[in-house]
Design a protein around this ligand. Structure first.
Ligand code: PHE
Length: 348
């Protein structure tokens, strides 16, 4: 058999070579760059092994199989050597990169985020109400007096409209005192039946204490259609509160007054705290939409889709902060805005 290495060596460089040349060049490579140079020198387009393969075509046919076989053996020896060397170089580089690093040093404490209890209760409330067919609606927090009061049948001399109780801007706009303004915003554009919920912030000049904040969170609900009854309101809210707090939850409807509902109620939930006598906590205001609201809306829309002779409805406004306090037995509402991680950690 013709000497493979002799064959290409003469062809390529005019000197005599043997496979050990390739292997020792690979072995001598001290970094990935020299290794790559060695690879190109032997296996590259103009590499020696490539040239040796090309030389095969000039051989007499009977010599070709043996030559080809030798060529394969040489190629795989070179490839294996390159792969081995590469792994070795990488290993060395890895070792070097951790030199001087103290691997016994304890890691930094992993700070894991979690959702705020208000977000948790809001998401849960939305989930239950959406399952009952309510869609999400939204409205601005900086409101007009019209949407916050007038359209909700609230007379000029109502205490809620007082500067003492409400944050007004010079423009005459105000920070909404309740999410009920979204009822109007929605009905201005919608076609009955309307079945919406609107979670969001509300603002009042309240004295801040364990149960009051000047920025708090409500979840408004409105259902308007033909023939909506008080029983629908009661059933909906009782179902909701039991889905949220458990089947055994006791719920009480207490007659109340709101300018935009008639009749109106406040809803209390019985709170059981270990070692304390159970007590009723107010969680929502609600009632049947006052026909006066529909009458004013009918005038502003200029059609009769919300004619009080045609539709009835119920509305409710829940205090999300209160719901959270009941859910987790939180005694002071201020904990919800203190951002004390010792408190917040319990919810993540
Ligand atoms: N908007 C009322 C409040 O903030 C609650 C309410 C909403 C009452 C809807 C009746 C109907 O106190």
């Amino acid at each position: 058999m013709r000497d493979l290495w002799h064959g290409y060596a003469v062809h390529e460089t005019g000197t005599r070579n043997n496979p050990a040349d390739a292997l020792s060049a690979i072995e001598a490579a001290s970094d990935q760059k020299t290794l790559d140079e060695a690879r190109v020198a032997f296996l590259g387009k103009k590499g020696r092994l490539t040239a040796a393969s090309a030389a095969m075509k000039d051989l007499p046919n009977e010599e070709k199989p043996a030559y080809g076989q030798a060529l394969n053996v040489a190629r795989s020896a070179v490839t294996t050597a390159i792969d081995g060397k590469l792994a070795q170089l990488q290993e060395q580089a890895d070792q070097k990169s951790v030199e001087g690093i103290d691997l016994t040093l304890p890691p930094r404490e992993l700070l894991e985020g979690g959702l705020h209890p208000l977000t948790l209760i809001k998401d849960r409330a939305i989930q239950i109400l959406r399952r009952m067919g309510f869609a999400l609606a939204d409205g601005p927090e900086i409101e007009t007096e019209y949407h916050c009061f007038d359209a909700l049948n609230t007379p000029d001399d109502h205490p809620a409209r007082n500067e003492k109780d409400t944050f007004y801007f010079d423009s005459g706009k105000l920070l909404r005192t309740h999410t009920s303004s979204v009822q109007i915003r929605t009905m201005e554009k919608a076609t009955p039946p309307v079945r919406i919920i609107a979670p969001g912030s509300a603002y009042r000049r309240d004295e801040i204490d364990a149960t009051h904040l000047s920025v708090f969170n409500q979840l408004e609900g409105l259902f308007v259609a033909e023939d909506v009854k008080l029983g629908d309101l009661k059933g909906t809210l009782e179902y909701f509160l039991r889905a949220l707090f458990g089947d055994k939850t006791e719920v009480r409807f207490r007659p109340h007054f709101f300018p935009f509902t008639e009749p109106s109620f406040e809803i209390d939930v019985k709170l059981h705290v270990k070692g304390q006598a159970p007590k009723w906590i107010e969680v929502a205001g609600c009632g049947m939409v006052d026909p006066a609201v529909f009458t004013s809306l009918t005038a502003s829309r200029g059609d009769d889709l919300f004619d009080p002779e045609r539709v009835t409805g119920f509305a409710f406004g829940m205090g999300l902060d209160r719901l959270a306090m009941i859910q987790w037995g939180i005694k002071d509402i201020r904990q919800l805005i203190d951002n004390d991680t010792r408190f917040l950690k319990q919810f993540s």
